[in-house]
Design a protein around this ligand. Structure first.
Ligand code: ADP
Ligand code: ASP
Ligand code: MG
Length: 403
């Protein structure tokens, strides 16, 4: 089977005209002799609007009902795109995540794909139909509708490309590919022709929203080649694949920032074995994703501990803190939402020293204060004030001569 999976993002489907344009693009692919699966996101800002709508009803809508609501956004797109293709004389059928056999766990609003039973999709393809799949959603073994977390349609596309052994998984979006930094923030940013899974994973998980990080993780695990390109032109975009000799070891491949994290500090924590295990065990139980962690030197047996969590999980994290009060005697717990994480990523860091120093120097020159630092083998991240984030990205892009 010669199969292509194409994923159309929300901006590429924002209006009826854009949906018709996407329909032509899907048909063009079919005309080239491929079987085509088109995975769709919700139109424009639909998902944000649905979240706002729920919040107008209650501040705590609950994961199950929120998933019922949010999954409807992608159903609108899938039906409209399918109608458009059918009206143009080709045969399409739309399927929900559940109908497409996307089986997940039941962690509502950020479910993980467990298995893909794509029998129905295969049957429709065998009938010669173009299959339109609602992205971002699945069904759990308990038969609950789930969603895969923001940007989750990318993961749907990669997972289907893997399950059905597609030739390639195309992510069609509103920029020409993956750039050295968000081209909307840094106009001099350069498009990358190719990037390794490893670097893309670090970029995606530190804020480059052009690809959802779970989709890259999935692609890396299963060797799915991703082609990120524009839905508005035919230019070749960026290929994401396993690292090979043709990819130079670049010191810094890209700069990203993330303004969706908050910092939590627990002050006056007793400094003894088992305390960190208790705190982070509690957070893990509540499915809170902790990112950076720092613990200060202890002074007379007590210390302060800070960590960052996604904004959307701050409430849960603070609730965990309150519950911990019964078990641990700490002074207080405070949240700071006014932060951003700025990161540089590159495999060349493995073999070169002094990269961190250059990063700190570039921030210092711009009078940007660093509040937290974390490093991995190929990434360095700094927490700064949120209002300084874009400035920091521009400064780093320039300092590492990425333009
Ligand atoms: P879609 O609706 O197609 O899923 P997204 O808005 O999720 O699109 O992702 C595309 C956006 O990602 C671009 O418009 C761009 O502003 C942003 N972006 C952030 N970092 C990068 C980067 N390094 N390269 C390309 N785009 C980036
Ligand atoms: N519509 C969802 C979101 O806005 C999923 C996606 O676009 O990939 O996050
Ligand atoms: Mg996206």
């Amino acid at each position: 089977m010669n199969l292509i999976v194409q994923k159309y993002g929300g901006t590429s489907l924002a209006t009826p005209d854009l949906i018709k344009r996407a329909a032509w693009r899907v048909i063009a692919c079919k005309k080239q002799g491929y079987d085509v699966i088109a995975v769709v996101s919700a139109m424009g800002n639909t998902t944000d609007e649905l979240i706002d709508l729920a919040r107008k009803i209650t501040p705590n809508p609950g994961g199950r009902e929120l998933d019922m609501l949010l999954s409807s956004g992608e159903r609108i797109s899938m039906a409209l795109l399918s109608m458009a293709i059918n009206s143009m004389g080709f045969n399409a059928v739309s399927l929900t995540g559940s109908q497409s056999g996307i089986i997940t766990d039941t962690v509502h609003t950020k479910a993980r794909i467990k298995e893909i039973k794509a029998q129905r999709v295969l049957e429709e393809l065998a009938k010669g139909k173009i299959v339109i799949v609602a992205g971002f959603q699945g069904v759990s073994l308990e038969r609950e509708i789930t969603t895969l977390g923001r940007g989750g349609s990318d993961t749907t596309a990669v997972a289907l490309a893997y399950a059905l052994k597609a030739n390639v998984c195309e992510i069609l979006t509103d920029v020409d590919g993956v750039y050295t930094a968000d081209p909307r923030v840094v106009p001099e940013a350069r498009k990358l022709d190719v990037i390794s899974y490893e670097e893309m994973l670090e970029l995606a998980s530190s804020g480059a929203r052009v690809l959802n990080s779970r989709s890259v993780e999935f692609a890396k695990q299963h060797g799915v080649v991703i082609h990120v390109r524009s839905s508005f032109n035919d230019n070749i975009g960026t290929i994401i694949k396993e690292e090979d000799e043709s990819m130079e070891e670049i010191l810094v491949r890209g700069v990203t920032y993330d303004t969706n994290e908050a910092k939590v500090t627990i002050r006056g924590v007793p400094d003894r074995p088992g305390i960190a295990a208790k705190i982070f065990g509690k957070l893990a139980q509540a499915n809170v994703n902790v990112d950076m962690i720092i613990q200060n030197v202890s002074d007379s047996g007590v210390t302060d501990m800070s960590f960052t969590v996604p904004d959307s999980e701050l409430k849960t994290a603070l609730e965990c803190g309150r519950q911990l009060r019964d078990e641990i005697d700490f002074k207080d717990i405070v949240a700071d939402e006014d932060i951003a994480k700025v990161s540089i990523v590159g495999t060349g860091m493995r073999t070169h020293s002094g990269v961190a120093a250059s990063m700190f120097e570039a921030l210092a020159k711009n009078n940007i204060n660093i509040e937290m630092i974390s490093t991995s083998e190929i990434k360095i991240s700094c927490v700064v004030r949120r209002s300084r984030a874009e400035e920091a990205v521009k400064a780093l892009h320039k300092a590492f001569e990425l333009g």
